[in-house]
Design a protein around this ligand. Structure first.
Ligand code: HEC
Length: 117
């Protein structure tokens, strides 16, 4: 391990912006709390979709979207906003076209689930 590299990562502007967002919104989830991240069930499947796809989308989201910042909970944004954010972030997270699609399906189902409550 290189302690200097770690220190640098924590003091970078990007990191402190992400931390500020966490403190302000309280709506993020660290990778360690991924277990509290919404898990889709059969009730969340939309026409033309499948539970497997939603679960795979969640998996990709957890694996690839939490390396730079904490995971944003699906219900904190609307569908259109998620579409825009994904367009920005898919490249950063090096998502394939199909990974991006299933992450979007997962996030949208989380938005819909929250709206039903
Ligand atoms: C390579 C680093 C990196 C990866 C990987 C990454 N992000 Fe980000 N993300 C950032 C940075 C940096 C910001 C801070 C705001 C900005 O630069 O737009 C951010 C901000 C965000 C925001 C908040 C945008 C706002 O409205 O302020 C969301 C939502 C987001 N990311 C979602 C994702 C999703 C979904 C993925 C996975 C597809 C992902 N991120 C992967 C670096 C990353």
């Amino acid at each position: 391990m290189r302690p200097n590299a770690i220190k640098h990562a924590y003091s970078s502007p990007m990191r402190s912006k992400a931390l500020r967002v966490v403190l302000l919104s309280g709506a993020l989830c660290v990778v360690g709390c991924a277990s509290s991240l919404y898990v889709p069930t059969a009730d969340d499947v939309r026409a033309g979709g499948s539970l497997t796809t939603l679960l795979q989308g969640r998996e990709v989201y957890v694996q690839k979207c939490g390396s730079c910042h904490l995971l944003y909970l699906p219900e904190t944004l609307g569908e259109a906003e998620w579409g825009n954010r994904l367009n920005e972030m898919a490249g950063r997270a090096k998502l394939s076209v199909s990974e991006k699609e299933i992450v979007f399906e997962y996030l949208k189902s989380g938005v819909a689930r929250a709206a039903k409550k």
